[in-house]
Design a protein around this ligand. Structure first.
Ligand SMILES: *[C@@H]1O[C@H](CO)[C@@H](O)[C@H](O)[C@H]1NC(C)=O
Ligand SMILES: *[C@@H]1O[C@H](CO)[C@@H](O)[C@H](O)[C@H]1NC(C)=O
Ligand SMILES: *[C@@H]1O[C@H](CO)[C@@H](O)[C@H](O)[C@H]1NC(C)=O
Ligand SMILES: *[C@@H]1O[C@H](CO)[C@@H](O)[C@H](O)[C@H]1NC(C)=O
Ligand SMILES: *[C@@H]1O[C@H](CO)[C@@H](O)[C@H](O)[C@H]1NC(C)=O
Ligand SMILES: *[C@@H]1O[C@H](CO)[C@@H](O)[C@H](O)[C@H]1NC(C)=O
Length: 367
């Protein structure tokens, strides 16, 4: 009797140990990219609002195919992890490689040969470890051919094998491996290798934004809309597509922008969606950080939220800005949680306004 009880006790404690292990292994991603070129210091990030922070960007040296950190970023990157862990000791950091302004031809070339892939992979691991990062994030924007897509899959497979090997050799937990990817798995006649992604990456960051901007839409549109009954340019389309293509929802992290785009209205009185415009309302591509948009609102712009598409906009005189405000962020985060996704990420944390969007996102997701 006594021994039966103790065996039962042992069983129960084993079970609860397993349970504990399971629950600590369950992760969520409340992610944000930090982009030092924005001038926002890492020490000012309210890291309590994030589980994962992406340090953006490390570069690819096209002559050696090695991952490098530019000299102007060297110090900020090597201290990034300790800096953001001061406010939140459990926040995890990933070194992000590439980005929207990197040269995609060089990624294409690197991924096309076994020797250059190896140079890239081995150096990425060395750079991540020597700078104290918890993981690596590839932002190849974007693979543009079927061959690129095949090579992207091969690169990921080899990268995971190398990361696992390094973990065995070093006795350290394996680096997390992620990639920022098109919002849908099949797009512009291209398809990601979902089986390679599934087997090799811990998760993907689906860039569900930049659907519309003054440079590529003549009429006002919501740049990061979650839904659209009339087109496939929306976040929901992408998430459903990734899942239908075979990627587990638990490997999908939904991205949203902490910026918007400003158009110049042709007629100040025609300020709804699909209104005629004459291009960007600011210099460049019309993009504006949320902190700047808040300034426009403080100066008297009228705000609106469209729950059909899920996106905010504001307008004053002939300026019209489409962006993500708190109603959009909370709707998207609820959507991500409801779909069973791993989490969400924002590009980029330095343009939030008093942590309003980050706080909305974190509170909406909960713990
Ligand atoms: C950071 O976020 C936490 C959690 O929402 C909040 O309590 C704190 O006031 C924020 N800190 C700053 C400096 O905004
Ligand atoms: C991108 O890289 C390729 C190969 O290194 C180079 O030929 C090309 O000029 C670069 N393009 C830009 C826009 O810098
Ligand atoms: C595995 O690690 C060892 C020791 O660091 C290294 O020599 C070897 O090249 C690695 N193999 C792969 C496939 O990365
Ligand atoms: C990140 O890597 C750690 C250590 O290898 C692993 O335990 C964890 O499950 C990974 N995170 C995710 C979300 O896959
Ligand atoms: C969103 O905008 C579209 C296009 O103007 C309109 O038809 C729809 O009624 C709006 N939805 C809401 C909830 O206002
Ligand atoms: C809008 O136009 C009015 C009248 O011309 C002007 O006084 C105001 O400063 C303008 N507002 C903004 C935000 O440009």
């Amino acid at each position: 009797m006594a021994s039966k009880t103790s065996i039962l006790c042992l069983l129960f404690s084993l079970l609860s140990l397993l349970q504990l292990h399971r629950s600590t292994a369950q992760t969520m991603v409340k992610g944000g990219y930090w982009f030092p070129a924005s001038g926002f210091p890492a020490s000012s990030i309210n890291s309590t609002l994030f589980t994962h922070l992406f340090c953006a960007f490390a570069d690819l040296d096209p002559s050696t195919n090695k991952v490098t950190i530019s000299s102007q970023n060297a110090n900020a990157f090597s201290t990034f992890t300790t800096t953001v862990q001061q406010k939140n000791p459990s926040v995890k950091t990933l070194l992000s490689i590439g980005g929207g302004s990197s040269n995609m031809t060089q990624y294409s070339s690197m991924a096309s040969q076994a020797s250059s892939r190896k140079a890239f992979i081995d150096s990425s691991i060395t750079v991540a470890r020597s700078n104290g990062f918890y993981g690596l994030d590839l932002d190849w924007e974007y693979p543009t051919t079927t061959t690129d897509m095949t090579n992207f899959g091969t690169l990921l497979t080899e990268w995971r094998a190398a990361v696992a090997n390094e973990s065995r050799n070093s006795g350290k937990a394996a680096l997390n491996l992620t990639a920022a990817v098109y919002y849908a798995s099949r797009i512009y006649g291209l398809s990601y290798s979902v089986s390679s992604i599934s087997a090799s990456l811990d998760w993907i960051n689906a860039m569900a934004y930049d659907f519309y901007g003054p440079g590529w839409s003549q009429v006002t549109r919501l740049p990061a809309q979650l839904y659209d009954p009339g087109s496939q340019y929306n976040g929901d389309y992408g998430v459903v597509d990734w899942i239908q293509a075979g990627l587990s929802a638990k490997k999908i992290v939904l991205g949203f922008p902490f910026y918007g785009y400003a158009w110049r209205l042709v007629n100040a009185n025609n300020h709804g969606l699909f209104a005629a415009t004459s291009g960007a309302a600011t210099a460049g591509d019309g993009s504006m950080g949320y902190n700047q948009i808040r300034q426009v609102i403080a100066n008297g712009a009228t705000k609106a939220y469209n729950s059909t598409y899920v996106g905010d906009y504001c307008y004053v005189n002939t300026t019209w800005i489409g962006y993500d405000d708190t109603p959009t962020i909370s709707t998207k985060v609820s959507y991500a949680k409801g779909k069973g996704l791993l989490g969400y990420f924002a590009w980029h944390v330095g343009v939030d306004y008093n942590w309003v969007l980050s706080q909305t996102a974190s509170q909406t997701w909960g713990s």
